[in-house]
Design a protein around this ligand. Structure first.
Ligand code: GLN
Length: 453
């Protein structure tokens, strides 16, 4: 724990941690030592972790990367982080993220961007770590923590993992409790780990997941021993390659990475099958209706009364307006406006309802291939490697949204998806492969991604 605290102090330039909790960390580590000494050790005893600042932590400032939560100190612990402490893990601090997890580069954080520990050879230009779990990915890649919690609404675990050469899994919707995690889009949000290896991710997820009566969408299913699935291999599995993911303008090196991934799985005994997921092209536009719609509703609670920032005004409505104007950043305001618009009377049927119908079609695409015997689907995790800070999306937000083209389908269908390092691009930066599984079959993803890693 002390070694990690020292590494964090030496790497503050990355801006990965928003809050460091050294006293708490050392107290937790001592408690771990005491339990081990008395023969009472738990599964994650003494493992130093970072927590994305979207998870409420009792008595420790939780901001969701937003000024509107400035100074908010939760009186409760999120279910996921509580499960990790129950199992003996140690909290090092809270990790930076895009504001309310809205973004793909960590540049929308009210507390400044996270800098990736990666550089292009021969260049000092700072790169994004991806987002929204940019702090989690950078901290794991830079060895500031052993692993980190993260969340994924449209790709926020898998895309930053791909950009930083780490492993990230978004489990099936309902695998982890959402209780005590700041909500972005409740029907899409899932917690999961970012870790250095597939095995670490499996160990982390086993602790993070599990039934919780406080979240009615949390599945009442036992959590398998994911670590035991590693080493199982892929012999006899059918892996689908969806032709619709071969999008126009995809760089050659992404295509090559994808073929290489399929070749590795084939060499390990899997059967590779071309499949079709015909509604893929509608996933991104539909996601950018459903997610803002839910966000606009979830963010209505930040009114200057209940949490964090308040800017006084002439009357209560003026106070609401001033607090929200000062507290939310540009991207969050854009989402609130889009979300409010698509939910408004007169536009609801044209946008929100249609997006929900598309969501059903996307889900059915996957159900069809799984019914045909496909065990998992292999795709690239992202359409490119990491880009420079300030390079994308400043003029046109859609340029940034296109990062999520391979990841949003998985959230729309509620399926598990893992990103695993697949190699380096021509410029020496990490590229990730994605495996998508059947509902609640994270085990196959761990087994198959371990063949690739
Ligand atoms: N980049 C996507 C968005 O901005 C996904 C974010 C996420 O998964 N939290 O909505």
């Amino acid at each position: 724990t002390q070694a990690h605290l020292d590494a964090m102090a030496a790497a503050r330039g990355l801006n990965a941690f928003l809050v460091e909790t050294p006293e708490r960390a050392l107290a937790m580590a001592r408690a771990s030592d005491a339990r081990i000494a008395s023969g009472d050790g738990r599964p994650l005893e003494g493992l130093p972790l970072g927590i994305k600042d979207l998870f409420c932590t009792e008595g420790v400032i939780t901001t969701a990367g937003s000024n509107i939560l400035k100074g908010f100190e939760p009186a409760y612990e999120s279910a996921v982080s509580g499960n990790l402490w129950r199992d003996g893990a140690v909290m090092l601090g809270k990790l930076n993220l895009d504001e309310f997890a809205m973004g793909s580069s960590n540049e929308t954080s009210a507390f400044g961007p996270v800098v990736s520990p990666w550089r292009r050879p021969g260049s000092d230009a700072p790169l994004v770590p991806g987002g929204s779990s940019g702090g989690s990915a950078a901290a794991v890649a830079a060895r500031l923590c052993l692993a980190a919690t993260a969340t994924d609404t449209g790709g926020s675990i898998r895309q930053p993992a791909a950009f930083t050469g780490t492993v990230g899994i978004k489990p099936t919707y309902g695998r982890c409790s959402r209780w005590g995690t700041v909500a972005f889009a409740s029907s899409l949000d899932q917690a999961g780990p970012i870790a250095r290896t597939v095995r670490d991710a499996a160990i982390m997820l086993r602790s993070m997941a599990g039934p919780d009566a406080r979240d009615t969408t949390c599945a009442d299913l036992p959590v398998p021993d994911y670590e035991a699935a590693i080493g199982r291999g892929v012999r006899g599995l059918k892996i689908g390659i969806p032709k619709e993911y071969r999008v126009a303008g995809m760089p050659d090196e992404i295509e090559r990475l994808w073929q290489q991934g399929a070749a590795w799985l084939k060499a390990a005994g899997a059967e590779i099958v071309e499949i079709s997921l015909p509604h893929t092209k509608y996933a991104l536009p539909a996601y950018y209706i459903v997610a803002p719609a839910e966000a606009s509703s979830n963010l209505a609670r930040y009114d200057g009364v209940r949490y964090g920032l308040r800017v006084e005004g002439r009357d209560i409505v003026d106070m609401y307006e001033r607090s929200r104007a000062a507290g939310f950043g540009r991207e969050v305001k854009r989402r609130i406006m889009i979300g409010t618009y698509v939910l408004s009377a007169g536009y609801y049927d044209a946008y929100y309802l249609r997006a929900q119908k598309i969501r059903t079609l996307i889900k059915r695409d996957f159900e069809t291939v799984y019914a045909d015997g496909i065990d998992a689907v292999l795709t690239p995790a992202t359409p490119s490697s990491a880009f420079g800070i300030g390079e994308k999306g400043s003029g046109d937000p859609v340029e940034m949204y296109l990062n999520d083209i391979f990841t949003v389908t998985v959230n729309m269908a509620g399926l598990p998806g893992i990103a695993v390092p697949g190699g380096l691009d021509a410029g020496g930066l990490p590229l990730g492969l994605q495996l998508i599984g059947r509902p609640f079959d994270e085990e196959t993803l761990f087994a198959a991604s371990q063949v690739i890693e």
